[in-house]
Each structure stands twice: as C-alpha cells, then as structure tokens.
Design a protein around this ligand. Structure first.
Ligand code: CA
Length: 428
C-alpha cells in the first residue's frame, strides 16, 4: 500500500539525495550492513551520498520505534526482518520523517550529524543479511526459450512443465558474496561435442546471469497463497548468478545445475524494500496457458525496474552489453514463493530467491553472455575487443532502478571481477 513515504514531492536535507539520478533519494531508504575502518559492522540506511548509522541514531534518541530498536543493534538485517511488517513500516516512516527537508532535529545539529552520518565513500559494505538458504528460479520466458533452443533445439526449447510451474532448484547459500568480492574461475568436469570422454578442466565458458534477488522477511510453514507470499517479501537486491556453461551442459540432467552454479552468487549491498518499490508494481505478461488457481496473481506483483549489465576488461573502459527490465519475467517472485511453499516447505527469514535470468525479447536485452553471444557464435562488441564468455580480469557490473517522477529508486551496483583459475591440489 502506498503511504506518505512514497510521496514523489518529498525532499531531504541531505542535498545529494535530491539529485534526479541519485539512486538513494528519501523515497528509497534501503538497508545495508557496513563498517568504518577499524570499527564493528552495523546496520545503516543509504541517503544520497551518506550512510545513516542505525544503532547510533537509536542511541541518540532519533528513532522512536519501540521494541524493534534492539534488532537494529545486530550486524545484519535478520533480527529486524523477524520483527515483522508492522515494525518495517514504523522504522521506514521514522526514517522518512528524520531525513525530510523540514525536520530540523538532525539537520541543524552539526555534532549529532557527525556521529550518525558517514560519507558513503568512507564505509565498507558487507552482505546485508545472513542468507538462510538460496533458491534460484528459471522464470523468464525469453531466457528459457533462448537457452532451451541452444541446448535442445527451438522445437524442444521450453520443458513441458515450464508454462505451468516456476521451475527452480536449491542452490548454495554458502557461496553468496557481496558486490566487489572477486570470483575465481572454477575447474569442473566438461564434455564438449568434440570430446570422446569427459575431462576435468578450467571452465572455458564462464558467464553471468542478471537477476533480482528477493529476501523472505516473514517465516512460514504451510502453503502460501500468492497474495500472502507477496506480503512476506521484505525487499530486493541485484543478483549475479555466476554460471559455468560448459560444466552446466554436462551435469544438468536429470537434477539440474550443481557445480556450475556453486562457485559464487553476488548481491548488491543495499536491500531495496518492497515498500519503496510499491509505486512501481506491474502485472506479469499475459499467460500463454492459464495457471492453476493456487499460482494465479492476485494483483500486479512484478515491478518496473530498468536493468543493465556492463563489462570492463582489465584496465579498460566498461561497455553496457545488455539493457532489459524486470517486468519481462513470466513469473513473479510471489508466484515463485507460493510454489516453493506448496509441499509444506518451511521458509525462513533470510531465505534468498533468485528470479532467474532476466532476458527481454530483443537481442540487446538478454541477461547472460550465453544468450548475447548465442552460445559463442556471435561475439559481443566491447571497448577494445569482443567477448563470447568472460575473460580473466573482466569486471561485470549490474545496475538497476525504478524511475519515478523526478526521483528514482536505485539499487546501486552489483559487481565482481573474474580471477584466473588456480591449479587444484592433488593427492600425491
Ligand atoms: Ca540463475
């Protein structure tokens, strides 16, 4: 539900927050986990070019939020998420008041501002929540058709279940890392069409997947309706599901990807709340076949979020290689979470759900290099060269924002640099 925190005319006394292309205006207020050199990790809120220190603001009596204040002393968001949606709203409203241009309480107190605000460039950002478990889906019609066409031919591109359930697999929470963490090219078992036998080798087709990650904020232990599932999601991040295509092609049948997706998953450090995205809700695309009642949308449950992917070679300039939009997804996160709970599977605070690669209908709107280069056949132009898959030293950066009237709800960046392979240890 829209409230006064979504008012497009709101302005902050943090000047940088009022610039039209700033990712963190007062309508956003995303949460992160940070530290300043030599100090402990704690929770913060991004506002313009500053980070508001949440425990320091509580200690200074700036946020009157009742019992939930204790949860803001943790180093990650899980305890606060567990306080529930009523507390989420109370804190968001208190932050909106505190930071709005007409409120002198902090605005006019230099000493207090110095204690509770940190310049963004002075902080180190960490994973904003403890990832309980990680599930990844395969829910963009365009992506599934493209990949299926390459792996099985266009006539068999969509698996027979694809239009009836959001397909997913249980991934690894242990290899989820925050933006900026380097990723090491993995080894794995591969068998190309020219190989007479499988071989153990460095992945030669290492790739990205442009996704949105949704964070479960309300636990459940029974099947959820789609409407309930939507309400249980605390917020969203950008997610890069790094993927070794050559390892994937050999291992994926019959149980889905395993080692090909377990090297790393990168997240943007700021959790953009569902509350901040409320003005940008849109419907899923038209159904090609009707969904069973328990998976039908109960209203607009996708979001209009412009997304892009940039690639920069080592020491070189970046090139945007893809532009797309989250609204292209066939299934919403709410449908995915409802499906995930149908068997009675308990969902926990901090469960991470990857949307699946987000690809649009145009060649330049595909969310992976596998699709952009069509399996390596059509190299992608970048500054000073071309790419089919990622080369050592390349930095991949995902960006995204929802465009409002005079402001935007930005996600910041999700980036990672690929390090060269290491020689594996062997028993002598
Ligand atoms: Ca994926």
């Amino acid at each position: 539900m829209l409230d006064q925190t979504n008012d497009p005319t709101l302005r902050s006394w943090v000047d940088a927050a009022n610039v039209a292309d700033c990712d963190f205006p007062i309508q956003n207020l995303p949460y992160g986990s940070f530290n300043v050199r030599g100090t402990q990790r704690r929770l913060g809120v991004a506002i313009g070019d500053q980070v508001l220190d949440l425990p320091a603001a509580v200690d200074a009596g700036l946020l009157q939020i009742g019992d939930a204040a204790g949860a803001l002393r943790a180093s990650t968001l899980n305890a606060f998420m567990a306080e529930g949606p009523a507390s989420w709203s109370v804190l968001r409203l208190a932050l909106s008041h505190l930071l709005s241009s007409g409120n002198a309480l902090l605005r006019d107190d230099d000493a207090l501002r110095a204690r509770v605000l940190h310049p963004m460039e002075s902080v180190t950002l960490h994973l904003p929540f403890d990832i309980a478990e990680y599930t990844d889906f395969y829910a963009s019609r365009h992506h599934a058709f493209n990949v299926g066409s390459m792996f099985r031919g266009p006539e068999n591109a969509l698996p027979p279940n694809w239009l009836h359930i959001p397909i997913g697999y249980n991934g690894r929470a242990s290899s989820v890392v925050v933006s900026g963490t380097p990723v090491r090219r993995p080894w794995g078992q591969v068998k190309g069409s020219e190989d007479s036998a499988p071989r153990f080798a460095p992945s030669a087709r290492f790739d990205i997947e442009l996704e949105i990650g949704a964070i479960v904020g309300v636990p459940s232990d029974r099947p959820l309706t789609v409407g309930e599932a939507f309400e249980n999601i605390f917020g969203y991040v950008l997610l890069n599901d790094w993927s070794a295509r050559d390892i994937q092609a050999w291992e994926y049948q019959p149980l889905g990807p395993f080692q090909s997706k377990a090297t790393a998953t990168s997240l943007s450090p700021w959790v953009v709340t569902a509350a901040a995205l409320e003005p940008f809700r849109v419907d899923t695309p038209a159904r090609e076949v009707p969904l069973p009642p328990h998976l039908r949308d109960a209203g607009p449950m996708l979001y209009d979020i412009a997304l892009d992917v940039a690639l920069a070679p080592e020491g070189g300039r970046e090139t945007v290689i893809s532009r797309t939009n989250y609204r292209e997804m066939y299934y919403s996160t709410a449908q995915q979470l409802a499906h995930h709970s149908t068997c009675g599977c308990p969902m926990r605070v901090g469960d991470l759900l990857g949307s699946g690669t987000i690809s649009g209908p145009e060649p330049g709107s595909r969310g992976s290099l596998l699709e952009l280069s069509w399996g390596g056949r059509d190299p992608v132009e970048i500054d000073g060269g071309t790419r089919t898959f990622i080369e050592d030293g390349d930095t991949l950066t995902l960006r995204g924002h929802a465009q409002g009237d005079g402001f935007r709800i930005g996600f910041g960046e999700c980036c990672g640099t690929l390090l060269p392979v290491k020689t594996p240890q062997r028993d002598s």
